[in-house]
Design a protein around this ligand. Structure first.
Ligand SMILES: Cc1cc2nc3c(=O)[nH]c(=O)nc-3n(C[C@H](O)[C@H](O)[C@H](O)COP(=O)(O)OP(=O)(O)OC[C@H]3O[C@@H](n4cnc5c(N)ncnc54)[C@H](O)[C@@H]3O)c2cc1C
Length: 533
């Protein structure tokens, strides 16, 4: 006869909840068109999370990848190393990434003004109230201003790494990343076909029956994932899926990209600098900085863009023009095609969100994988989730254009006067009523969330609106006293004095030889946990 404790054990046994997060599906084969970041990440995720599906990649060595997409957000770190199981040491050796603590915006107010936007919640309200700046809001921000990272070297040489506590992301050279991912895809025995897709064949109901390559072969799959970049060869050209433009919010459509030497001053942030007809990124790599002057061809021709970029960053000879469009397709999943990466949509690179959104879309697909093409509820949920994520970024980016007063050119006058704000207007109004938004708990991810638009964004909106000095009324006195605030700032500064630069971290090889990387990924008490969609 069972005892009382047996009954209690049975009543509280939750092991039945340990179900697979990734549903069974009748979809047996997936063909991914494109061997860029989006295509390879999707292939690796499907192989790992849906191993029963036969996944193949079709790409063409005749059509180069876009070559940009080098600044990332924190999601990439757990996605690569936890979800995809990519060894951090191999990744660091092959890809040579640098570490990004956030973005430094030369933005908001006229003159030599900047504010830092990092991945660590902080005391923006206090910093803004006591110092009229948010740059001492947290330790990560002070580290950024001093070009340091959260790894401390004591006088006796002992190393203390706090990388497990301060979220970071990677700056990744796109060429290195693609080469590395290509190797991993091959190692994991995902077939790669090198051919140009020339035709997309449809049946009477507009379902794709095959894609035909330039060698005359036809390739058929249950599901086609279009990662062909801005060509959008299947979702856009093949199915003519409706495209929703974001131009009324995001007017830029081209980037002038070039490199400059950085003499090993490897800064731990992406820098976004206001330019007369747009803005420019600086992404620090080991040995050089990669730049892009993002502008609108309605305001600025090639000669003008070159002149302005050279005036800001010094002379450079080699450059490329990268054209893009902002917007998204109405449906990510249409018929038996799923669009991902630039083939589905793009905002613009100001907050480095494209790879993050691709990762989110991949995880959404893996978790909601429809049972078959008639599973319209799963398909509708996928489409809604992905569209909403992109639109959220569109409105968030709108705030950058509406409130940047750093320059007074025609371009910036038009941005301030004519940027469509959508949902962001309500958030700005709320901010003016009750800043900081994060302190009011408006955006916590609870069943009683007061404001859905802020679930992931209240801290980001606070940073951006305080940072640009968009608050239209005097700030409210914070609970933290001035003495306590000064004490905190002092501790950030003392810690920073002992912190390493990225050049020191890499040149002394503290990460691999010194064991800090291994320690970081073995630590259980860390922000690097497996990605959830
Ligand atoms: C100016 C700019 C800056 C950006 N900066 C960032 C950033 O800092 N951070 C960020 O997260 N994102 C950024 N992005 C977005 C980033 O480029 C993409 O998210 C990322 O590179 C993924 O690209 P992709 O894989 O969709 O396309 P691509 O890299 O263009 O790959 C397309 C693939 O499709 C293949 N292909 C295309 N047509 C065919 C065909 N007919 N037959 C066979 N193969 C074909 C090509 O061979 C290639 O392999 C930026 C984008 C732009 C435009």
């Amino acid at each position: 006869m069972a005892s009382l404790s047996d009954y209690i054990d049975t009543a509280f046994d939750l092991s039945y909840l340990n179900f697979s997060k990734y549903p069974q599906t009748e979809i047996k084969s997936i063909g991914i068109l494109g061997g860029g970041t989006a295509g390879y990440l999707a292939a690796l995720a499907l192989k790992k999370l849906h191993p029963k599906i036969q996944t193949s990649v079709i790409e063409s060595s005749k059509i180069p990848v876009i070559g940009v997409g080098e600044s990332t957000t924190t999601e990439i770190v757990p996605f690569l190393h936890r979800t995809l199981g990519i060894d951090p040491q191999e990744f660091f050796q092959a890809v040579q990434p640098t570490i990004k603590l956030g973005i430094r915006f030369d933005w908001g107010c006229p003159g030599d003004y900047h504010f830092n936007f990092n991945f660590f919640a902080g005391h923006q309200q206090e910093s803004y109230y006591y110092e009229d700046s948010i740059n001492n809001a947290n330790w990560a921000s002070v580290l950024m201003d001093n070009h340091k990272i959260p790894v401390i070297r004591e006088k006796n040489g002992e190393m203390i790494s706090l990388l497990q506590s301060i979220p970071f992301s990677y700056h990744i050279d796109n060429k290195n990343l693609i080469r590395f991912l290509n190797n991993i895809v091959k190692q994991r025995q995902i077939p790669i076909i090198d051919a140009v897709v020339e035709n997309v064949h449809l049946d009477d109901n507009d379902f794709v029956t095959s894609i035909e390559t330039d060698d005359g072969k036809k390739h058929s799959f249950d599901l086609y994932i279009d990662c062909s970049g801005f060509r959008s060869r299947i979702l856009g050209q093949g199915l003519k899926t409706e495209f929703i433009s974001y131009k009324s919010t995001l007017r830029n459509n081209r980037a002038l990209t070039f490199d400059t030497p950085n003499n090993n001053d490897i800064r731990p942030y992406t820098q976004c600098s206001t330019m007369p007809n747009g803005w420019a990124w600086t992404i620090p790599m080991r040995g050089e900085n990669h730049h892009g002057y993002v502008h609108s061809t309605d305001y600025c021709d090639e000669e003008q863009a070159l002149k302005e970029a050279r005036a800001r960053f010094g002379h450079f000879e080699k450059y490329k023009m990268v054209e893009f469009r902002t917007g998204r397709h109405k449906k990510a999943w249409n018929k038996n095609v799923f669009g991902l990466g630039n083939a589905y949509g793009f905002v613009e690179p100001l907050e480095s969100t494209a790879i993050q959104t691709a990762v989110h879309s991949i995880m959404t697909l893996c978790k909601l994988m429809p049972n078959n093409h008639h599973d319209s509820s799963s398909i509708a949920a996928i489409n809604q989730e992905i569209a909403a994520t992109w639109d959220t970024f569109r409105w968030f980016l709108a705030v950058h254009y509406k409130y940047n007063k750093q320059m007074d050119t025609k371009y910036w006058q038009d941005c301030r006067a004519n940027t469509e704000m959508g949902d962001a207007q309500m958030v700005v109004d709320l901010f003016n009523q009750r800043a900081p938004l994060s302190a009011s708990n408006l955006g916590t991810n609870s069943p009683y969330t007061a404001c859905e638009a802020l679930v992931f964004n209240s801290y980001s909106y606070d940073t951006l609106l305080y940072g640009q000095k968009a608050l239209e009324r005097p700030p409210v006195r914070p609970k933290m006293s001035k003495e306590e605030y000064v004490q905190r700032t002092l501790s950030y500064q003392e810690l920073t004095k002992k912190a390493l630069s990225l050049h020191e971290l890499f040149s002394e090889d503290y990460l691999i030889e010194g064991g800090l990387l291994e320690q970081l990924f073995e630590d259980q008490d860390t922000w690097i946990v497996e990605t959830e969609a």
